[in-house]
Structure formats: C-alpha cells, structure tokens
Write a protein that binds this ligand. Structure first.
Ligand code: I6G
Length: 674
C-alpha cells in the first residue's frame, strides 16, 4: 500500500525539524547538508503538487513573499523587563547581600550565570507549539512585529518539538550576528562598494528590521533564548536552569555556556573565565547575567521598577569609546614597516586608559578618511592593540588636512619606500635604523622567542639609545656593572638579568628561528621549519625549492627566508650568538628519544588554566616529545590535559571516555619517558 501523501509530508517535516534541532540547537548535525537539502526538496515537491497541504509551520514556509510597508506594533502581554547593571566586584557583592537580606538568609545563594549577548531582545510567542509571532523588545511594553523576518532564521523553530509544551509559551531571547557572519557580510559589502555595519549588534538589528524578509533570510542571524514571558497551561520547572533545559528540549537554542554556581565568588570566577575567552567566543558579549536559580526565590524577591531583583548584568568594560585625534605619528617596526599611530585624548576603554591607537596603514587612513582633529571611535578588545575604528559620523565641523605618508624615516632619515600593490610602507635603513634595531631586539627577547626575563621594552630602548647593544648578540656581552650603571637599574636587577640571559642560552631550534625575526616567520612557521630541517645549519642552507615544500610556506615566505640567510650581517649575528655560548637544541637531538616518549604520536588537547605554565608552554613541551596537539576533543583524542575551569572540553572528554590528565601527570610522564 502506498504511503498517503499527508503522511509522507508529515514525516519529512518531522525529519527536517529534527535535523535542524541537531544542527542549530545541539551543534551536533546527524546528516550532511546535502541530505538535509534532499529531504527539503522532496517536501517542496510534494507541497507543490498538493498546495492544500501546505501549513504555516512547514520548514518550507520560512520566507514569505511580500515586503512590508512598515512594521506593525505588538503589545507585549507580559512586559519585557530590563536588567540592572554592575560594573565591578563591590557592586556585585552588594547585589548578593541585598538578595540575602531580602530572603533573610546567610546561606550562599544558588545562581545561574550566562554570557550577555550583544544583540537585540525579542519575544517569540508559541501557541499549541506553533510560532504565532515574534516581536522586538521596543520600550518593553510595545515592540515591533518582526515575525516575517524571524521566521527566516533557520535556528528558530516554526513548530516546537515534542508534545508536552505549554498551550501558550512566550520565549525571550537575544538575536545576534555571529562574528564570522558579520565579517563575511561586511567583506561582501566592501567588495560591492556598499555600506558596512559598524559592529555585529548593529548588523543584527539592521537585519531584523528589514521590511523585505528576503533580505533578512540572507543574513547570518542566531538566537539564544534566556527566559520566558507568558506561560499558560503548564508549569515548566522549579529553577531557571531547568527551564532553559526545557526550552532546549522544545527545540529552542539556548547558550551552552550557562552554569549553576553557588555564591558570589563562583560568579566572579565565571566572569573571569568567560572574560578570558571573550575574544574566542563566536559571538560578541558585553557581560555576564547572574540570576537567582530558584523560581520560588525569584517570586519572593520580585521586581523594582522594570527590573527583577533576582537578576543582575555584570558588564565588561566597554570596548569602544569616543576620543579625539590630537596628532598622528609614524612608528617604525622590526621589519621597517612604517605604521601611522594616532595620539588621542586619553580615554578609558577595554579596562585601561588609552592614548595611542594604531591606524594600520595609509590605505586604512584613506578608507576611513581620518584626519587630525577628528572625533573617532577607539576600540580595545582583549589584548589586541587599540585601534581607531572610524570617524564619528557628522562630527567634523571644519575642513581638516589630509594625512600624507612621510618620505624619510622619522628615526634614521633613510628613504621610505612603498612597493606597488602593498599597503605597507617601509624604512629602507635596515639595521642602520635604531628603531628597527630596538624592535628586533625586543622581539628576540620576547616570551615566545628567547624568553629573556627582565629585558623589557623600555630597557631595550635604553640599551639601543646608549649604543650598548646593536644586535641581539651584544646582549650576551652585557656585564652586571654596565647594566647596573644604567638609569633605573640596580645591582640586583642587573644580576637577575644576566642570569636570565644565561638561562636563555639553550633555545629549541624553533624558538631560535622565531627569535631571529625573519619576515613573515611566526611561531608556527618556525616550528614547521624546525620539524622539517631538524638543524640550524640545514635551515640556513635550504634553498627556495626546498622551503616551498614545507607546510604553510608559500613563495613569499620562502623568498624572505632565502633573503635573510643571504645577508652577511645576519650570518654574522648568528655566528656571534653561537660564539657567545648560545646552543641551539636541534630537533635531531630531541628526536632520538622520541619514539620512547610517552606522548609520542598521541593526540592531546589542552584546556583550562594550568597551575604553573601557560597552555602555550605545555603545548611546546608536548610537541617536542612527539605529540600532536589539537584544538577540540573528539573520538581521536588520546588525552585531555585539563587545568582549572576546563569547561565544555572536559565534559566532552568525559562523555567520550578520553583520559583526562593534570599538569603534574603530564610532567611526570614527560620525565619518565626520556
Ligand atoms: O537582556 C537580557 C539579556 C540576557 C536579559 C536577560 C538575559 O539573561 C541571560 N534576562 C532577563 C531576565 C532580562 N533581560 C530581563
């Protein structure tokens, strides 16, 4: 008996809903995209043949055809609240105390914590499992009807999964644009000469408030649900944490970073942990939201004005602020690159006071049309160098002069050249230029290169300025007396520095190659070179054809390496370093014991904060002993090296039965196997 078409359609819809849920909500697709497309096309064909069977909640019915003239208003049946903010630990402690006082308890409160996404809030209303409308927050009482647009978002279910959902379910969430999607959208706009969005939040808001749903459909939008509004016909759960899990089971996307925490200290640790990963998260966040977990306690706490007493947003310091350009200088880097730098009216941004910001290069200055006197938006995100993002629109009140590139190096007066088609202008002075010398030495001494403790940037500049050091090799000739005679240096710090120089004398081959500062040779390329050629001499003598065979080395980098080792003065510096007692540890020597090494050939993932070393240092040790270090846990992972606050990788490793080790175990196994 042939399966009735109604049943076929229903089964296809259920399959598609299930696969969307796996993909968008659980991040765990069960079928390749092509299979999803095949099912989708089957459904589309059946619906075309049977138009009377098309329903609004079918996965094929996401994009309606008629653009709107204006958005209609929607009155929220239950107001969309706002959150109070705190910006520091003291105010968070005060919030915690207020909660305890109101509840008349001395016991630690159980909170939930989740990142506060930087997007725009919406309310989704489901009736009997079907999406009825979606509205923006608006003023909290009345928002705009953006149903047509929200329906185009693949991660929003048009019908809830299962059957035990409440008759009426209003869900509140944040619509956002993932960072990668934002970059892609702006790149496309640039290529077409169109207008770029200033940040992912504006892009999300602009995309959701499109009158033509076809435009929204083409925009990469996501949503995370964070609470409920009206719920009729069922009680979801007793705690906020469980409610979010119920929402996830209904097929609604919920942020995976949500945690239950006891007491305010755990909240602060969570804040630090997320803050340290902020730049690596795929979406922008502007803080952490803590909520009292028990719904019963939430009810007892109630609201003040329009904000709940049981929740608080702990905001990160703003990453963008307004300042004014007082002047523009040109800085010369290690490879001679001349970079325009804006001198700014000091501004507190990203948690520090910033008075300089990079302008990258002249193309960027022209593209952003930046001039001295302009009011600008300054951005400092994490450890990234502060930059001028753009001129504040409409802020230029009078004509200002255009910025021109210098023709002579501001430090050594050599000519500045700019190769046709390259954005970067360069000082041609080479190591004759003090600036290039100082930067080369700073790089040589840096943590990921020779790791010379106590040789900070200021001290390097002083040493170069006073002609005590011309090349990295001169560092190893410095005596305690010479160093101690410098301004701001005492006998004790001088002898500490000499000891650090001594300790730095046995670098691994990859560190040494990285420290030389060859153009475009970063840490990874240096590691690849070391693994391929094994000895310093082999790298020095490698020709272009051999170099280009190495992983990740293209024609430009290969040519830079060849050029570097053809320069007589570079060979002299290497010679002087070796004569001063630097002994480069060739990969050959390390490799002899490799196959006996415990971690040889094993795949290791590192996560969390390790007690005595950075993840980079642990990675280096593991790589040196022949391990493969990868970024994500899978069935192929042999060990998870986990530190404090290990998070989702730890959970995944436990689920997959991957052995979890701590730093001490790793060190023991490294030692025992050598
Ligand atoms: O604006 C918000 C962002 C995130 C919120 C919120 C949230 O929880 C993670 N929660 C509530 C209760 C409200 N606004 C009102």
């Amino acid at each position: 008996m042939p399966v009735p078409v109604e049943k076929q359609i229903q089964e296809l819809r259920e399959k598609l809903r299930y696969h969307s849920y796996q993909y968008y909500v659980l991040d765990d697709p069960h079928v390749p995209d092509a299979e999803y497309d095949r099912l989708y096309n089957q459904l589309l064909a059946l619906e075309k043949e049977n138009p009377h069977l098309v329903t609004a909640d079918s996965p094929t019915q996401r994009v309606g055809s008629t653009p709107l003239v204006a958005f209609e208003q929607i009155q929220h049946q239950m107001p969309m609240l706002s959150l109070d903010n705190v910006f520091n630990e003291d105010d968070l402690q005060a919030f915690n105390q207020r909660v305890k006082d109101r509840l008349k308890t001395d016991e630690e409160i159980e909170f939930t914590a989740e990142p506060k996404l930087d997007g725009l809030a919406v309310s989704l209303r489901y009736e009997h499992g079907e999406l009825i409308y979606a509205a923006t927050r608006g003023d909290g009482s009345t928002g705009e009807n953006v149903t047509q647009n929200v329906r185009t978002m693949q991660s929003v279910p048009l019908r809830l999964l299962g059957s035990d959902y409440p008759d009426v379910l209003e869900v509140r969430g944040e619509v956002f644009m993932p960072k990668a999607g934002f970059e892609r959208l702006n790149r496309q706009a640039r290529e077409k000469g169109g207008k770029e969005f200033a940040n992912p939040r504006n892009a999300a808001a602009g995309s959701l408030r499109q009158l033509d749903p076809e435009v929204t459909a083409a925009r990469p939008l996501g949503i995370y649900c964070y609470s409920t509004g009206v719920v009729e016909g069922a009680v979801l759960a007793d705690t906020h944490y469980q409610i979010l899990h119920r929402l996830r089971d209904f097929g609604l996307p919920v942020c995976k970073e949500i945690k239950r925490l006891h007491g305010v200290s755990a909240c602060l640790e969570y804040y630090q942990e997320i803050s340290s990963r902020r730049d690596d998260l795929p979406y922008d966040i502007d803080g952490i939201v803590y909520k009292v977990n028990s719904i019963d306690l939430q009810k007892r706490l109630g609201f003040v004005a329009r904000a709940p007493r049981w929740a608080i947003a702990h905001k990160f310091p703003a990453q963008e602020e307004i300042s004014r350009i007082i002047d523009i200088d040109f800085q010369v880097g290690r490879t001679g690159a001349v970079t325009p730098v804006a001198r700014l009216e000091p501004v507190f941004v990203g948690g520090v006071t910033v008075s300089n910001a990079t302008l990258h290069n002249m193309d960027e200055i022209r593209r952003k049309d930046i001039r001295i006197g302009d009011q600008v938006i300054v951005r400092r995100a994490g450890d990234v160098i502060p930059e001028v993002v753009r001129v504040l629109p409409g802020s230029r009140k009078k004509a200002l002069a255009e910025i021109k590139m210098l023709t002579k190096c501001p430090v050594c007066d050599s000519a500045i050249e700019q190769i046709e088609g390259e954005a970067i202008a360069r000082c041609t002075g080479g190591l004759y230029c003090r600036a290039q010398r100082a930067e080369a030495i700073k790089h040589f001494a840096s943590r990921k290169a020779m790791d010379i403790d106590g040789l900070g940037d200021k001290l390097v500049e002083q040493l170069v300025e006073e002609d005590l050091v011309h090349t990295p090799a001169d560092l190893y000739q410095l005596s305690i007396e010479t160093l101690a005679s410098l301004e701001r240096m005492a006998e004790k710090s001088a002898s500490k520095l000499v000891a650090a120089l001594e300790r730095s004398k046995q670098p691994s081959l990859s560190r040494f190659i990285f420290a030389l500062g060859i153009r475009e040779v970063g840490e990874t390329t240096a590691m690849n070179l070391a693994n391929e050629f094994k000895t310093l001499s082999a790298i020095q003598h490698a020709d272009y054809d051999q170099l280009i065979e190495v992983q990740d080395i293209g024609p430009i980098v290969a040519q830079h390496i060849v050029n570097f080792f053809q320069q007589q003065h570079n060979l002299e510096v290497i010679e002087q370093l070796l004569s001063a007692g630097v002994q480069v540890v060739d990969v050959k020597q390390e490799a002899t014991a490799q196959s006996n090494n415990f971690f040889y050939g094993k795949t290791v993932v590192i996560t969390g904060t390790l007690p005595t070393m950075s993840r980079g240092e642990a990675k280096e040790k593991l790589l040196a002993s022949g391990a493969k270090v990868t970024g994500s846990v899978s069935a192929k992972t042999d060990y998870l090296l986990a530190g404090d606050k290990a998070g989702s990788k730890l959970a995944k490793a436990e689920k997959l039965g991957v052995e979890v080790i701590d730093e001490a175990t790793m060190l023991k196994r490294l030692v025992n196997s050598n």
